[in-house]
Design a protein around this ligand. Structure first.
Ligand SMILES: N[C@@H](CCC(=O)N[C@@H](CS)C(=O)NCC(=O)O)C(=O)O
Ligand SMILES: [Fe+2]
Length: 305
């Protein structure tokens, strides 16, 4: 017997979900990073945002422990990966984008200002002459306002510099992957003291994101578990950030924010994995070329950071 009422209800659910992405998160407790798989339920086309290649600085060993569960999920769900999106050249973990590309396909993409980051860090690491500083290690470079689709879900890219010059946020359907601009309301905002970072620019970028409609869902790149909270969280809304972000709620002036951010940044240690991360991530996640003995080395510039 056909159930017309149920069919109508099912149609309503499908219509309401049109253009709303399905989001699965993977939290890496070693680097406090959230990797997202975002897909369109209708077409099963997908993007992976900010993947992690595990790295042990003591041994120099890499592993796929953080990336393999992402691959298993994509396979299990029967998704086709079109994009491997980076919000920025991360300073705290290595990207697994090339590994995921080999296993799943997809294009590796980042903000167009990555060329500035490649200039700065190419110089710091005295990179080999063959190291290209024009972004061409990536498959796609985004400018502010660029748009594309994941299946039937619309995506708009916003350039949100401040933490790094090349940071972008991905607005995917009704969800924004904010990268390192803001963190959860009770933790605040990203640091702005890396080369090319700037607190004033960061404030303008994050307040720009907070101009989006109040109900817009926001997904963080990290959660560092502030004092007073005992579980990791990474999803909030524009309304909640405007009401309660400890660094940048409505009413905090740009000058107040800059003074707070610069003072706090002076107290922070460099991220544990900044040196390995940056020299790999500036190459779209590829390791530097092996030397003539077949071994790949990562450099440690002494007294430079
Ligand atoms: N303890 C972490 C800190 C990493 C870190 O500095 N994260 C950046 C984002 S890449 C940040 O904005 N941190 C803000 C903070 O620590 O208050 C590590 O060593 O990896
Ligand atoms: Fe970062």
């Amino acid at each position: 017997m056909s159930d017309e009422a149920l069919a109508k209800a099912a149609g309503q659910v499908v219509a309401a979900r049109k253009g709303v992405p399905v989001i699965q998160s993977f939290f890496d407790e070693t680097t406090f990073t959230v990797t997202y798989v975002v897909h369109d339920a209708e077409t099963r086309r997908a993007a992976v945002i900010d993947s992690v290649l595990a790295y042990d600085p003591a041994s120099g060993g890499t592993s796929f422990d953080a990336a393999d569960p992402v691959i298993a999920y994509v396979m299990d769900q029967g998704l086709t990966v079109d994009w491997l999106l980076e919000t920025h050249a991360h300073a705290d973990h290595l990207s697994a984008a090339p590994y995921l590309q080999k296993k799943l396909g997809g294009k590796i993409a980042i903000g167009a200002h990555i060329c500035e980051v490649q200039q700065t860090f190419g110089k710091l690491f005295n990179a080999e002459p063959g190291f290209r500083r024009d972004g061409s290690d990536f498959d796609q470079l985004w400018k502010d306002g660029d748009s594309f689709n994941i299946g039937n879900v619309a995506v708009t890219v916003l350039h949100v510099p401040g933490h790094t010059p090349a940071c972008v946020a991905y607005v995917i359907g009704d969800a924004v992957f904010v990268g390192d601009t803001m963190f959860m309301p009770d933790y605040g905002t990203a640091r702005a003291d890396f080369p090319g970072g700037d607190a004033r620019t960061l404030f303008r970028s994050l307040r720009r994101l907070l101009e989006l409609p109040p109900e817009t869902r926001l997904f963080m790149c990290h959660d560092y578990l502030p004092e007073g909270r005992d579980h990791y969280v990474w999803e909030t809304t524009v309304a909640e950030q405007r009401r309660a972000n400890v660094h940048a709620h409505d009413g905090v002036s740009e000058d107040e924010f800059v003074a707070m951010r610069e003072a706090r940044d002076r107290t922070l240690d460099m991220p544990r994995l900044i040196l390995p991360s940056v020299q790999v991530n500036m190459r779209a996640g590829h390791l530097p070329p092996a030397e003539d003995n077949g071994v790949t080395y990562l450099k440690i510039p002494v007294n430079q950071l």
